[in-house]
Write a protein that binds this ligand. Structure first.
Ligand SMILES: [Mn+2]
Length: 319
């Protein structure tokens, strides 16, 4: 399963590693974790990390390398955490004669010559750790490589707190932690927020509504974002603020899509058990059973969606 990618890596002197657009901690952590490991294992190879967009947690990781088209064309190109071809940050990946992919998304579509996709893994960083394990004990790798990979795991699992996290996330993370980095330091670096994000979060929490029927919802409109000087991407994870509220079964963040559809809202739906992606699909969206989204709904539609969610939660709880 890993042997084809390993053979490719051994046969190329130059390797370029790509992440997805709007990178998150797992995209960065997988990319720099793999790169740092390969530099250690193959000190004579040239390893480059490619990517233009700066996303969340950018400050935790080094700057991307600047590489020429010719260099990419002569390299083995590997993507990490990137489910579809169009999401690869820097389409020059496909100048390379040989391409490989590590991923963990259910929705992963084939686009590389050799792929390892483990949809049960909660982060791509875990897939990389398993790849390393196929070569040598993870405890032996450089602490910097382990730190990046650990950051990837805790980013995608929200500190092992969401349903995708399982015993294997912890086991693999445990092996990484044996290299000796400070757990508290990495958790701080991954989760720290600028003060303005902390403040807009507090303001959003004050706006959150809870129904008698175990639903939480809240609107994050342009006015709120402007008040705190933050942008859409700073606020899209506000949906997670509901995750620790007791006595709700489902919750929705409505966030104004001011860049493309001013005055309309994108919705992020989450649940503890009831199925929300069917509702999302009725509004032109989709996603996973317990985590789904829709695009650009006028205010009246958001109310309709809440009514449908109410009915779904009632049905679910009466089972
Ligand atoms: Mn991921």
């Amino acid at each position: 399963m890993f042997s084809q990618i390993r053979d490719c890596i051994e046969s190329y002197d130059t390797i370029t590693i790509f992440r997805h657009i709007k990178p998150d901690g797992d995209a960065y952590g997988s990319q720099f974790g793999l790169a740092t490991y390969l530099k250690y294992r193959y000190p004579n190879k040239k390893i480059y990390c490619v990517g233009s967009n700066e996303g969340r947690n950018a400050g935790l990781f080094p700057e991307a390398d600047v590489v020429s088209d010719e260099l990419i064309a002569s390299s083995l190109a590997i993507s990490v955490d990137t489910s579809t071809k169009d999401r690869v940050d820097d389409q020059r990946m496909f100048l390379a004669k040989k391409t490989c992919k590590f991923d963990h998304h259910d929705s992963s579509e084939p686009y590389a010559d050799h792929e390892v996709v483990f949809p049960k893994q909660s982060s791509c960083a875990e897939v990389i750790v398993k790849f390393i394990e196929s070569i040598e004990p993870v405890e032996n790798i450089p602490v910097q490589a382990a730190t990046y990979l650990y950051a990837g795991i805790i980013s995608d699992t929200q500190d092992f707190s969401i349903t995708t996290a399982n015993y294997e996330s912890l086991e693999l993370a445990g092996k990484l932690a044996r290299t000796g980095f400070s757990l508290s330091e990495v958790h701080y670096l991954v989760n720290r927020q600028p003060a303005k994000i902390f403040q807009v979060t507090s303001a959003f929490r004050a706006r959150m509504q809870f129904t008698d029927n175990h639903i939480g919802y809240g609107y994050c409109d342009k006015a709120l974002m402007d008040e705190y000087g933050v942008e859409y991407t700073d606020c899209k994870d506000l949906v997670n603020q509901f995750g620790i509220v007791g006595d709700i079964e489902a919750w929705v963040l409505f966030i104004e899509d001011y860049l493309e559809h001013p005055g309309e809202f994108n919705a992020s739906l989450r649940s503890r058990g009831c199925i929300v992606n069917k509702i999302a699909s009725r509004y032109g969206g989709g996603g996973h059973k317990q985590a789904a989204g829709t695009k650009a709904m006028p205010m009246e539609k958001t109310k309709e969606l809440l009514k449908e969610l109410d009915a779904e939660v009632t049905r679910y709880l009466s089972k």
